[in-house]
Each structure stands twice: as C-alpha cells, then as structure tokens.
Design a protein around this ligand. Structure first.
Ligand code: TEU
Length: 543
C-alpha cells in the first residue's frame, strides 16, 4: 500500500462517531513500550508487534511520543530531522507498516509535533549559527547582549538556568526554553512557518491522523522580548519566580494555530491536540479559538493534586465550564512528564481500589480520555537509583525532578525484562512485573486490565457516555456523582474517593446495568440508596 492511502477499519452502527471525541487515546512512549531488536530501547516495530493488545483493549487511537532523528538529549523532544525516523526506533518503512497495521485494526495514529524548538544539531540550526548573515539565521531567536552585557532579558529555561545561550562565534545569544541543546524556533519568520507546515503535510500525506503539539503555548512570545515581572516575594530564581507574561501564551499564537488548523482541515478527520501547559482552564480554552484552532487543549488539572472527590469535581467542572461550546474537553491522569497516578494516589490498603476507581473516573467523564501506557495494568513508578538517572531534568535541575520513574518499560509478562526486551532495558523494570503484567491480568477476569477494557467497551457502546452532556449530582462528602445523558439514554456515576464507606442518593429508579469498580460487587438495586465502599465507584445505566 502506498503511503497516503488510508483504509481504516470503522466500528459499525454509529454513523455520528468521531474517533478523537468518542474514542479513547493511548499514549505510547516509544522508548519504553516494546523492543523488537534487543538493544534495550523500544522501537516502532515493537509497537506494531503489540497492536493486538491495543485493539483488544479497544482504544481508538495512539499518540506516539517523538521517534524522529534526535541526539536524545531530551529523549526525542530535541528533533534533528522532522521528516524521518531515528535509527534507534527503526525506519520510515517501519512507520508505514505500523500505520497500515494500526489502521487495519481501526486504530488511529497521532504523532508528536515539536514546533517550539529543534535540536541544536538540526541542519537548520547548524546553518543559523554559522553566521549572522546566514539565510536561516532568523529561523531561530538571536539577540545581542543587554546594553550592560549579559543575556538580553531575564527569561529562564524551564530546565534551569537562563533561557539564553551565548554563541561566541557569532557574538549573540540564542533563546531556549528548555535545554541549551533545544534552541527556540522563530515562528515569526514566514519561511520557518512554511517549512513547519511542510512537515505537517509530509506526515498527513503519509496518512497520520493528527498531532499532539508539544509546548503549544510558547511558540509565540513578546516580539520585543521584554523581561518578565517577578513574582512578588518569591525567592525562586527559576521558572516559578516569574510571571510568564512575555515568554508564553502570547496572543499572536492564535493566528499560528488558525493557519495550522486550516492546513489540517484540508484532510479528513485529522486532529490537533495541544500541550497548552497553562493551569488556568480559561487560558487553555482560548486555544480552541472559534472552533478554528486546536481540536483539544490538554486538561492537565488532574495530573497533580490531592485524591479528593471535591477536588476532582471542582477541576472537572472548571475545565468543562471553560471549553467553548464548539470545543470538546479531554481528561488525563498520567503522562510521560508526571509520576503515574497509581503511584501518586497509592495507599497501603486502598492502592489497588484507588487505581480501579481512577479508571472509572477517567472513562466515565465527559471528555476524551487519554491513557498512558501501562496505566491499564496499574503500573507504578520505579524508584531510579542516582547512577541510572537519564532524564535531563534530573541532571540539569535536581534528581528529585526526574521523570524516569514514569518512563520505565511496559510490563508485558513475567519473564526476564518483563517481555519488553531480550536485553537489559534503558531504564530498570519494576520488581512487581512478575505479577503485575499484561499476560497475568489478561488471564484474570477480575484484573484492572479487564476493568479498563470493560469501561472502554461501555463508553464505545453508549453515546451518552462517550459524547453525552454531564451534570453534577448532589452527593455526600468524598463522593463525586454525575449524570451523563444524550437523547433518551442516561448514565449516573457515583465515585467514592473517601477512605470510609458512603451512601449516595441519586434519585428514583433502578439501574438497568453498569459496572462497579470492585470486581464481583453486586450493582445497587435502588438509585436512592447506593452504598459505596472505601475507594469504590459505580457507573450505572438508568431508565
Ligand atoms: O513538556 C513541556 C513542559 O513544560 C514540561 O517540560 C514540564 O515542565 C516538565 O516535564 C516538568 O514536569 C514538553 C514535553 O512533554 C516534555 O517531555 C519535554 O521535555 C518538553 O516539552 C520539551 O520539549
């Protein structure tokens, strides 16, 4: 099959279905999913070999973190060629095969587009730094020193230190929001924008279904590059000590996304999902534009914070309230930048119950659920000894900030290296992989994996759950209860985040069917009296 033709298997019987709204998306961190060639690092062929797991689970799409050629200073988020595959992950033909096989199973493929910065080894940057007069100089952000010497302004890099790197050969500074090996691209240069649009087309023509856009909120900055005001009273010399009014979320970003959206809309059913790393939903919501910018901005409000029904309700309502009517929210509990939620919310007695309840939360809420690989088996973070730390954040800023613990190899089975690889993997595998693995959980109908699968199937079978409206219901302390409804169909969810049992009264009527987070539990017979154990929840179809 030539690249570009896209026969995609469709689920029958739901003509209004929109894959990126109604389906579940699964994030694959390619270094850690499956290693086909025994070098201890995952690869595209590894992902292809595990597509049947994803099809069985029922996901509508996968988002693959960057696999492009890269010096791997930030494990692929430093791209040195946007239109190829790093040899460690395979080749373009491996990618075409992966895409074909995913589409055959009805699984869409979202790539990770990294527009804010390239690698300092990208040929564009090598040219740009060759001389001040190089035609590519302006594709990056260069400035003379401040009048008294030193960096042009007070901006700091998110990974520590000043955001400016001195280039002695040409006598100017260049800007970088992350590592010095990740120079900032200049989206105010029309040629750079054209080149990046050509990158999007390259992949769209190959048949990819969309892009997750890295650091979407930083691609436009104050054109005058003014210094940020400081947070009053803060002693933090880093990112937290500044009010980021000039180095991120500049209003000019929206014109860039409108043009990107227009391009993507030339193709059918493709999607743009932005990593808008802002913690105010009202600001994230602006990236939906008037339905002419991003299809979704990530809701990151559930990636941190306490295990609390009240807090989850508050965050969900806040995000729902901010997303414009023409937009569609999403929900995320874990990704490659934060500790896994099964670890964040672990608990001596209730840890497993909480992981199961979290699955109900994620899959019953209004908004596209994003699963992070391994969450379907309740993978926990792996403590990484200092000599094995690989994350640049741990190396440049502080070991405690490491993201390695959530990036460890997928636990497929009980064999050596957990079925991930035939060799010692790039990061250690959790000691619990002998029992916490896909094979063991597939054989156990009561496992978390089966619960995820059942919830995904329920969501897929019922438009009320996948795309219905959501309304909070009154509930006792610790319980988050809500209704999902569409047409004549209605579901209620009651989720007890408390450590004690609770009784919720959810109106009149008898549930028709549903799922409980506790395996084997009987469904309540009367909505007026729903008893929930500690960290227990139900999703019920009601008349
Ligand atoms: O993350 C953007 C971002 O702001 C994060 O770096 C965050 O501050 C950090 O992970 C602390 O949790 C994106 C990618 O998701 C991340 O993996 C990359 O390292 C970063 O961009 C640079 O491309």
């Amino acid at each position: 099959m030539p690249p570009g033709s896209r026969p995609i298997a469709h689920s029958a019987g739901d003509s209004e279905r929109l894959w990126w709204r109604d389906g579940v998306i699964y994030q694959v961190y390619p270094r850690s999913f499956a290693d086909s060639n025994g070098d201890g690092v995952g690869d595209l062929e590894g992902i292809r070999s595990r597509l049947d797991h994803l099809a069985w689970l029922g996901v509508a799409g996968i988002w693959i973190s960057p696999f492009f050629p890269s010096p791997m200073k930030d494990f692929g988020y430093d791209v040195s060629d946007y239109c190829d595959v790093d040899p460690i992950f395979g080749s373009l033909s491996d990618f075409d095969r992966l895409l074909r096989d995913a589409h055959e199973r009805g699984i869409r493929v979202i790539l990770d587009f990294v527009p804010n910065h390239s690698s300092d080894q990208h040929p564009w940057f090598l040219e740009a730094r060759a001389s001040r007069t190089n035609p590519r100089r302006d594709w990056y952000v260069w400035r003379d020193p401040a009048p008294g010497g030193g960096p042009p302004n007070n901006w700091v890099a998110i990974f520590g230190g000043p955001a400016w790197e001195w280039d002695a050969a040409t006598g100017q500074y260049y800007l970088h929001s992350f590592l010095r090996e990740q120079p900032e691209l200049n989206w105010r240069n029309p040629e750079l924008e054209r080149a990046m649009h050509a990158v999007l087309r390259f992949w769209l023509e190959r048949g990819v279904d969309g892009f997750r856009i890295d650091v979407a909120h930083r691609i436009a900055k104050d054109p005058a590059l003014r210094s940020n005001p400081l947070v009053p009273g803060s002693a933090d010399p880093g990112y937290g000590g500044q009010l980021h009014v000039h180095d991120e979320d500049h209003p000019d970003v929206h014109a860039l996304f409108r043009r990107m959206r227009a391009l993507v809309d030339e193709y059918d059913e493709r999607v743009l999902i932005g990593e808008v790393y802002l913690f105010d939903p009202a600001r994230v919501a602006k990236y939906y534009g008037a339905g002419d910018e991003l299809h979704q901005g990530f809701n990151f409000s559930l990636l941190s914070g306490a295990w609390s029904g009240e807090r989850f309700r508050h965050e969900v309502e806040r995000f729902h309230g901010a997303v414009p009517p023409q937009g569609w929210p999403n929900q995320v509990l874990s990704n490659h930048d934060v500790h896994r939620h099964a670890t964040r919310y672990d608990h001596a007695e209730l840890g497993e119950a909480r992981a199961r309840l979290a699955a109900l939360l994620l899959l019953a809420l209004r908004g596209t659920p994003f699963l992070y690989y391994g969450e379907e088996i309740g993978m926990r973070c792996v403590p990484i000894p200092e000599h094995r730390l690989r994350d640049p954040l741990a190396i440049t800023l502080h070991p405690s900030l490491t993201r390695d613990p959530e990036r460890t190899p997928m636990q497929w089975d009980e064999t050596a290296h957990a079925g991930f690889s035939s060799a010692e993997p790039w990061l250690p595998i959790h000691a619990d992989s002998t029992h916490r693995n896909v094979r063991a959980q597939r054989a156990d109908a009561g496992s978390l994996l089966h619960l995820y699968r059942a919830l995904i199937a329920l969501r897929a079978a019922h438009p009320a759950l996948s795309r219905g409206a959501q309304r909070t219901l009154p509930a006792p302390a610790g319980v988050f209860a809500f209704e999902r409804a569409r047409g004549g169909e209605r579901f209620v969810a009651a989720l007890n985040f408390g450590d004690e049992a609770a009784v919720a009264s959810l109106g009149a009527g008898a549930p028709l069917s549903g799922l409980c987070s506790r395996h084997g539990a009987e469904l309540p017979r009367d909505l007026a009296h729903v008893t929930l154990g500690p960290a227990e929840g139900v999703v019920l179809r009601v008349a």
